[in-house]
Design a protein around this ligand. Sequence first.
Ligand code: GRF
Length: 203
Amino acid sequence: KRIVILISGRGSNMEAIVKRCAAESWPAQVVAVIANRPAAKGLEFAAAHGITTAVVDHRQHGVRADFDAALAACIDGFAPDLIVLAGFMRILGEPFVQRYAGRLLNIHPSLLPAFPGLHTHRSAIDAGCKLAGATVHFVTTQLDHGPIVMQSVVPVRPEDDEAALSARVLATEHVIYPLAVRWFVEDRLLLDDRGRVRHRDGA
Ligand code: GRF
């Protein structure tokens, strides 16, 4: 299976997936890492690991549809079976999402459907949540919605600030995202025709 990972910044989830793919000999290969910002830190890790990198800079495309089309053209050049959004901070339009329906995954740092959008950790703390976490889901046209594949849960501690909670959640992202991607490339995970997540034997 061919995996393309999209990033916008640090790329620590991408890094976790690349490492586990190699360490666990998945029937898959990360064939490209694409960023929407030339300065995305994660590009360095990818290049250092021999992975092809590309940049589709959103600032060079006036309207979203143009950016989405350029991004799709770049992605399609790598003929991926799976597209993984890993800290990719651009909202993707409906034609893009439809094009990759059933093979587009995202991770969001909250227990969806709670706290879609930005500032999830701040929101969880402000709401007095005792639990927080992360969600891997298939991407649909509604932002931070879509069929849930896997979630991790961590406690919110009384002394937590945003940074402390974010670090605790991120550590679990690095566990569940590689696992979800592994399930997909092993054909243990699929979306049925009613848009529900199905697990095959062993998953
Ligand atoms: C993660 O918390 C992810 O859930 C969110 O943005 C962050 C990206 O971190 N969407 P990284 O770039 O993978 O290090």
